[in-house]
Design a protein around this ligand. Structure first.
Ligand SMILES: [Zn+2]
Length: 423
């Protein structure tokens, strides 16, 4: 249950604050009115006079709330077959999102970026506490070419995107710079905090493949220019080497997936300071032929042949990485398994933690608000039992995420140590 107490003191843990500083043993935090008021060595903690609650980290590690920069809350994460969606009522997807939002928050993720599928209804429902979940930034609908990734019409014309996205589709089909400009303005009008573009085809779309180009450089450039005028980042779904180069040439903020990134792509990323969001949780999951369309299974198996070595090369070259899972394609509520996968692909444990906190916040344009434990930031705090620097797989099991605090309200505390309101 969410607590109404406005002042919290968190102590008895080791702090990793998400700034890149090493672990600090026996530090404490004072959280007031949803913000971090004070952080430092426990023995120097200020006296808190007002009624407050104590959260005992029970010797665990105190971290910033994590950020998953690539999710799809309207998708199940349990395979996707157009035939199964024929009878789904249009708004059913929004109700299925409710337990997924809760599971994501329970897993230690206090902010997500939904890259197509959710509109402002969900953003607001979470903000107002109607639904428990992480803070949501949404793309609303993606922009992609007719017949490309995001155009979920099968060749007979059945459109299963109608039940996966807001207002009857996951994407807006967009052809030519003029339509791209108009569609960008349309999703911004609908409250998009990020613009999602399809730079390549994909696994789940019925009519294209990851090796087809999506929007071209001119179309994406028109989108990037317009989004920049509103300080909104552009996230490009890009899987093939050429689509990654196209997206980076157009100036996108992040490359999502990036599975076939090559040397030139890596060079462009380093030059532009673009982020790579490798979505390894989804990438490394074997496709399930019982639950997925045949065309999707075949495409995925081919992608999996080399993506491990490509992503590792990009990580080793020092590209900026932000944590994103593509949950909705893979199961929800296991988001922090991505940390161990990032380490398997060449990151240090601290680098992976930063990719899921400070750097993910930067990609969302929310560095002033979230991503680190510093005074003035929103009081998003999680506690992980044990030391994630020694075993980066620990936060990946939600049972090890013992405390989740969002905006200074305790959402989860399984330590069994909270004595209740203290004076
Ligand atoms: Zn995705």
């Amino acid at each position: 249950m969410t607590s109404a107490v406005r002042t919290l003191v968190v102590r008895n843990g080791t702090v990793i604050d998400g700034t890149g500083e090493g672990p600090r043993h026996d530090w404490a935090l004072v959280l007031r009115d949803g913000r971090i008021d004070w952080i430092g060595p426990a023995d120097q903690a200020p006296h808190v006079g007002e009624p407050h609650e104590e959260v005992d980290a029970a010797g665990g590690t105190i971290l910033p709330g994590f950020v998953d920069t690539h999710v799809h809350m309207t998708m199940s994460g349990d395979g996707m077959n157009p035939a199964d969606l024929i009878d789904q009522p249009p708004h059913y997807g929004y109700f299925t999102a409710i337990p997924r939002l809760r599971a994501t928050l329970d897993a230690g993720v206090t902010s997500v970026r939904d890259l197509a599928g959710l509109d402002q209804a969900v953003v607001r429902a979470v903000e107002e506490g109607i639904v428990a979940g992480p803070r949501v930034t949404t793309a609303y609908r993606a922009l992609g070419p007719t017949g490309g990734h995001g155009d979920f019409r099968t060749c007979c014309g059945f459109d299963y995107g109608t039940v996966l996205g807001p207002d009857g589709a996951v994407s807006i089909n967009t052809d030519g710079p003029a339509e791209a400009l108009r569609a960008t303005r349309e999703v911004m009008r609908k409250g998009a905090g990020v613009i999602k573009v399809m730079a390549s085809g994909g696994v789940w779309s019925p009519q294209d493949t990851p090796w087809h180009d999506g929007l071209n450089v001119e179309e994406m450039s028109a989108i990037v220019r317009e989004a920049a005028s509103h300080d909104i980042p552009v996230a490009a779904h890009a899987q093939s080497a050429r689509s990654i180069r196209n997206a980076l040439t157009a100036g996108v903020t992040s490359v999502e997936h990036g599975y076939e990134i090559d040397e030139l792509g890596i060079e462009l990323m380093l030059e532009n300071g673009a982020y790579l969001v490798p979505t390894l949780s989804t990438a490394t999951t074997p496709p399930d032929p019982a639950k997925s369309a045949d065309y999707a299974v075949a495409k995925k198996l081919r992608l999996q042949e080399h993506l491990g070595e490509n992503i590792t090369a990009a990580v080793r070259a020092g590209v900026r990485v932000a944590l994103g899972t593509d949950s909705g394609i893979c199961p929800h509520g296991r988001n922090l398994r991505e940390l161990a996968l990032l380490v398997e692909h060449g990151m240090s444990p601290m680098g992976a933690l930063l990719a899921g906190t400070r750097d993910a916040a930067d990609l969302l344009g929310l560095s002033e608000e979230i991503g680190t434990l510093e005074p003035g930031k929103r009081a998003d705090v999680v506690v992980c039992s044990g030391d994630p620097l020694a075993d980066i797989s620990l936060p990946g099991d939600p049972d090890n995420v013992t405390v989740v605090i969002k905006d200074g309200a305790v959402h989860k505390d399984t330590t069994g140590t909270r004595p209740g309101t203290a004076n």
